[in-house]
Design a protein around this ligand. Structure first.
Ligand SMILES: Cc1ncc(C[n+]2csc(CCOP(=O)(O)OP(=O)(O)O)c2C)c(N)n1
Ligand SMILES: *[C@@H]1O[C@H](CO)[C@@H](O)[C@H](O)[C@H]1NC(C)=O
Ligand SMILES: CC(=O)N[C@H]1CO[C@H](CO)[C@@H](O)[C@@H]1O
Ligand SMILES: CC(=O)N[C@H]1CO[C@H](CO)[C@@H](O)[C@@H]1O
Ligand SMILES: [Mg+2]
Length: 681
């Protein structure tokens, strides 16, 4: 190791330790153990810190996000806009250096911290890169050829989501993925020997990865460099197991006490002395370290981007159509006129399951939107997510048909992995719009990834079929009850439950048009009629009056399959001389964004409101005075029988409406939307 490299590595260590010490909070152990490998990876990575979005950059994911101080040190030293003052503000309110990596920070590819997600996102990044290269590279033009690098720890490897994603990465032969496993034998509870004694190498070999093992990950820079070179030549994804000592150089090294508590003052002092730094000074970066990274990495990276720009210019002359498509995609705009491809319906069109309507819609837009990349967690046939024209995304020599230019991913029965991979595909850029199908009930399996889609703003789409007791015979194990309430409570997440074809089109229109908001589109297994009062324009407001009534005495607000039922209920009421308005509310999140005036025009003061949905009533008090729902698990049987059993029939609806009118007679009725104050959004 040269003197300057040693100096640079020491600088990374001490900047990380100083951040944690100043904040008196954070994780110094992993950064001390990983500084050497981080230096080795970053030194040879291709990126331009002045343009963090350059599409052919190498990507880096810190899957063990608690080691974030390490990442901030790297971003600062490698020329990203993070100043020493930003590092001094580590973990402070409003700083650019929050407690775990957040994707808004330039140079941070994906938000990490929930263990196992980052490595799984990296699989998505690698998939997107392969697909992009297969679509646009030409024999004489290599527009895309980059790598995705990952550092992950014991925790990431213990999480199931990582196993799902890494198993798929092996099958897909993603040789552009290079991961370093921080094998330090420590997690929070102490030695990994209390719970984690499997042979990780053998596991990854079995997944189809190439595995290397470096025994002295703290010092053997030469071995790390060689391992990187070998990994780049592999035709498989590579896991480099790096045996390290957590908190290397600290008095606490090798112990779990250095995982998540700041080093004590005397410990920092001895560490700085040992590394040849002045123990009285903090946040020190020797000028020669800045100069070194500038010369070795920053300057070459800028030059590479310039060369790439020139390459793209000549590509544009030779392949104008493809170049136009790339330019449009990089601008983040969908092909103009794509919305016109969305089908619309009238009441005379035949009744269909919304999952079927969703399939027809995907079929009509799939070829028009090349950045659409679909897939399913082994429910393609049930979920109807695969466009007829689609090619599977598979390596050239896979035992199944397909190629890397394909846009349909066979995720296997791996919902959580699918969610995290979709986030990675979305994070790649180039306007990738990932959608994935499964039963609504099993989106809950992926809740960890869904939450991160919402938090970090990946506009992925869940095609979530079999959305209620309406799925019938499969019974309560498959019938969602609490699912929508959970996801509706998640900030920045749209949860559509369309009632007919026009509402399906509205859901996709908003979902695919969203730049930073993910969507779950809950779709029925059973056929639903095309509604007379629906339209794409009305439904894209999230809620609207689908059936008006003069001098309404009650409002029935419903979603999905219960909208037509509410209309039948209103007709039953009309036969009794009672006037009822019916409101369809396919997405509360979108509805909440409309003006208060509009929302109150749909759900006004003065009329009692009953919500009708064959799911939990939790959450509906926000929009209704009374709730007709199912606050227990469902039941196995024919869908029509199950609906009757829970009294979701026209008469059942009419009965609740009459009780509500009676109950509120003579009282002052204020719309639930009219409130003394509103919570922070
Ligand atoms: C999904 C999830 N569960 C739990 C945690 C809390 N947590 C943070 S770090 C950690 C231990 C991780 O051990 P390891 O990856 O080996 O990191 P090291 O201690 O070696 O730095 C845990 C349990 C988390 N961040 N995410
Ligand atoms: C497990 O780790 C602890 C702490 O390092 C050590 O004391 C113990 O001997 C280990 N147990 C075995 C069986 O290796
Ligand atoms: C996996 C991959 O894309 N590898 C390429 C990365 O870039 C180098 C240099 O441009 C190529 O030689 C690799 O084939
Ligand atoms: C096309 C289609 O509807 N296929 C299947 C949908 O899922 C159910 C149950 O999961 C199957 O019975 C259908 O054949
Ligand atoms: Mg560990």
């Amino acid at each position: 190791m040269s003197d300057i490299e040693e100096r640079a590595i020491s600088t990374i260590k001490l900047l990380s330790v100083d951040q944690v010490a100043k904040a008196n909070s954070g994780h110094p152990g992993a950064p001390l153990g990983l500084a050497t490998v981080a230096h080795a990876i970053w030194k040879q990575m291709r990126f331009n810190p002045k343009n963090p979005d350059w599409i052919n950059r190498d990507r880096f994911v810190l899957s063990n996000g608690h080691a974030v101080a390490l990442l901030y040190s790297l971003l600062h030293l490698f020329g990203y806009p993070l100043t020493i003052d930003d590092l001094k503000n580590f973990r402070q309110l409003g700083s650019k250096t929050p407690g775990h990596p957040e994707a808004e920070t330039p140079g941070i590819e994906v938000t990490t911290g929930p263990l196992g997600q980052g490595i799984s996102n990296a699989v998505g990044l690698a998939i997107a890169q392969k697909q992009f290269a297969a679509r646009y590279n030409k024999p004489d033009f290599t527009l895309s050829d980059n790598y995705t690098y990952v550092i992950l720890g014991d925790g990431c490897l213990q999480e199931g989501v990582a196993s799902e994603a890494c198993s798929l990465a092996g099958h897909l032969q993603l040789n552009n993925l290079i991961a370093f496993y921080d094998d330090n034998h420590i997690t929070i509870d102490g030695n990994t020997n209390v719970s984690f004694t499997e042979d990780v190498n053998k596991r990854f070999e079995a997944y189809g990865w190439e595995v290397q093992w470096i025994k002295d990950g703290n010092n053997d820079l030469n071995a790390i460099n060689k391992a990187l070179e070998q990994a780049k030549k592999s035709n498989k994804p590579t896991l480099i197991r790096l045996t390290t000592i957590i908190g290397y150089g600290s008095l606490q090294q090798g112990s779990h006490s250095v995982h998540g508590s700041p080093l004590k003052a005397d410990d920092i002092k001895q560490l700085k002395e040992k590394l040849g730094f002045n123990p009285e000074e903090n946040f020190v970066v020797p000028q020669e370290v800045y100069d070194y990274y500038n010369k070795e990495t920053i300057q070459p990276g800028q030059k590479l981007e310039e060369e790439w720009n020139a390459l793209f210019k000549s590509y544009s002359e030779k392949y104008p159509e493809q170049a136009k498509e790339i330019t449009r995609r990089l601008s983040g705009e969908l092909p103009s006129g794509w919305e016109e491809k969305l089908p619309s319906y009238t009441k005379d069109d035949k009744a269909l399951a919304t999952r079927k309507l969703s399939e027809m819609l995907l079929d009509s837009i799939f070829d028009y939107i090349p950045e659409l990349i679909g897939g399913s967690a082994d429910l393609t046939g049930s979920n109807l997510t695969r466009s007829k024209e689609a090619t599977d995304f598979q390596p050239d020599d896979a035992p199944a048909e397909g190629n890397y230019a394909g846009r349909y991913i066979r995720y296997g029965v791996r919902e959580h992995g699918m969610g995290a991979i979709m986030n990675g595909i979305s994070a790649f850029g180039a306007n990738y719009k990932a959608y994935g199908g499964t039963f609504l009930n099993f989106v809950s399996y992926a809740a960890g990834a869904v939450r991160l889609s919402a938090l970090s703003g990946h506009p992925v789409v869940w095609v979530a079929t079999h959305d209620s007791i309406g799925l019938g015979e499969d019974g309560p194990t498959h019938q969602p009850i609490e699912t929508l309430a959970h996801f509706r409570a998640t900030p920045n997440l749209k949860v559509w439950r369309p009632a007919d074809g026009n509402e399906v089109s509205a859901a996709y229109k908003v979902a695919l048009g969203s730049k930073h908001t993910p969507s779950i589109i809950a779709l029925s297994r059973q056929n639903l009629p095309q509604l007379e009062g629906s339209s794409v324009a009305k439904a894209e407001k999230g809620g609207y009056v689908v059936k008006e009534a003069a001098d309404a005495q009650v409002i029935l607000v419903a979603t999905g399959s219960e909208v037509s039922l509410a209309i039948e209920g209103a007709e039953a009421l009309a036969a009794k001389g009672v006037s009822a308005r019916v409101v369809s509310l396919p997405d509360q999140h979108t509805f909440d964004q409309q003006s208060k005036e509009y929302r109150l025009s749909v759900l006004p003061d003065g009329i009692p409101i009953v919500s009708i949905e064959v799911l939990t009533t939790t959450g509906w008090a926000k929009y209704s005075h009374e709730q007709f729902g199912i606050d227990r698990f469902g039941a196995s049987g024919k869908a029509s029988d199950v609906y009757k059993f829970f009294e979701f029939t026209a008469d059942g609806v009419a009965d609740r409406a009459l009780k509500t009118i009676e109950f509120y007679k003579g009282s002052k009725i204020v719309s639930p939307l009219n409130k003394a104050f509103y919570s922070v959004v």
